[in-house]
Ligand binder design. Structure first.
Ligand SMILES: [Zn+2]
Ligand SMILES: [Zn+2]
Length: 339
């Protein structure tokens, strides 16, 4: 005789002795009707929490767009005010200096004119002059004319390029919101709004590209290696001008590191001869740093606590740079974490 299937009990934590009537596909637990409805109700409540968190986040985000509340706006305003005050103070000081110098010059001319007029009057009255005196007075008058000419070289501007009155500032923009955006072919799928890149079950090279463009400043991307078999996973950069390719690391613009202990420099794949090995194992967290200003990229493995550095030749890899991944292994998977 065939054995009857054993009676399965409801698996709710409330010690229910009822026979299980249905199975939840999501968590593989069996429930009686009453507790199945309760189970669904709990899941709905969790869903409601997620929806309300989402709308709260959306609201906060919209508010932040509406008003210019970025802390930098305040700093720029302060810099503007301080700079204007410095310029106004300097201009006032220069004006006062100029008025003083003009008044000194005017007094000088006035005094010469007075002396000269006394001289001339006196000597004419007494008819006391000869050619030599006339010549002297002519020279004195000529000199005075030159002094009165405002375009003369009495005053000039001295410009100090080396000592700026106002500090020149610029914003170093750090992009930390990288996402996967493009793939060469459908061997790799981009999932979860660009946060995950996952290779199919074949062994084939293909390129994945990030959405951002890096031209100036210092940028960080944190990655979680969800799946890797230590054969070939490449992380690094390439120039935006290079089209996506299957074997993208063959391009001269490719700079970065592969988990089989190779690095890519000036278009050449080179074995890492220094220790420790370049590793990107399953569950490793990798940070990539793009230092555009100094033409350098860095890779940090948080587990091994090692940092690798590459100097980028801008002729080979012109700006803007892009985050560049090349996957090969079956099921290999990388997730972008928030930095
Ligand atoms: Zn369930
Ligand atoms: Zn039950």
């Amino acid at each position: 005789m065939e054995a009857l299937p054993t009676r399965k009990l409801c698996s709710t934590i409330n010690d229910c002795k009822q026979t299980a009537a249905t199975n939840c596909e999501g968590c593989s637990q069996s429930f009686c009707t009453k507790h199945f409805l309760e189970h669904r109700h709990l899941l709905s409540e969790e869903m409601n929490v997620i929806i309300s968190e989402h709308s709260h986040l959306q609201h906060t985000f919209k508010q932040s767009i509406e008003c210019d509340l970025h802390p930098f706006v305040k700093q720029i305003d302060e810099w503007e005010k301080e700079s204007i005050v410095k310029i106004q103070q300097k201009a006032e000081k220069l004006r006062q200096e100029l008025f003083q110098l003009i008044s000194i010059r005017n007094n000088e001319i006035l005094s010469i004119l007075q002396q000269l007029s006394e001289d001339l009057n006196e000597n004419r009255k007494n008819d006391n002059f000869i050619e030599m005196d006339l010549q002297q007075w002519k020279i004195t008058l000529e000199n005075l004319k030159t002094k009165l000419d405002s375009s003369s070289t009495t005053f000039s501007f001295d410009i100090h390029d080396d000592l700026p009155l106002v500090q020149n500032i610029s914003i170093i923009f750090t992009i930390e919101n990288e996402l996967f955006e493009k793939v060469f072919d459908n061997i790799v799928q981009i999932k979860q709004y660009g946060q995950v890149a996952i290779h199919d079950t074949s062994y084939n090279y293909t390129e994945v590209r990030g959405k951002n463009e890096y031209t100036t400043g210092h940028h960080k991307i944190r990655l979680y290696i969800e799946q890797s078999a230590d054969k070939w996973t490449f992380l690094g950069i390439t120039s935006k001008s290079i089209l996506l390719q299957k074997q993208s690391t063959n391009s001269k613009s490719s700079y970065g590191w592969a988990n089989n202990n190779y690095f890519l420099l000036n278009g050449e794949c080179q074995l890492n001869r220094s220790s420790p090995r370049i590793e990107m194992k399953t569950n490793d967290i990798i940070t990539l740093i793009f230092d555009c200003d100094n033409h350098k990229i860095f890779m940090i493995n948080e587990r091994t606590n090692t940092k690798y550095e590459l100097i980028v030749n801008i002729n080979h890899c012109p700006f803007p740079w892009q985050f560049h991944v090349n996957l090969y292994e079956a099921n290999s998977c990388i997730r972008i974490l928030s930095a």
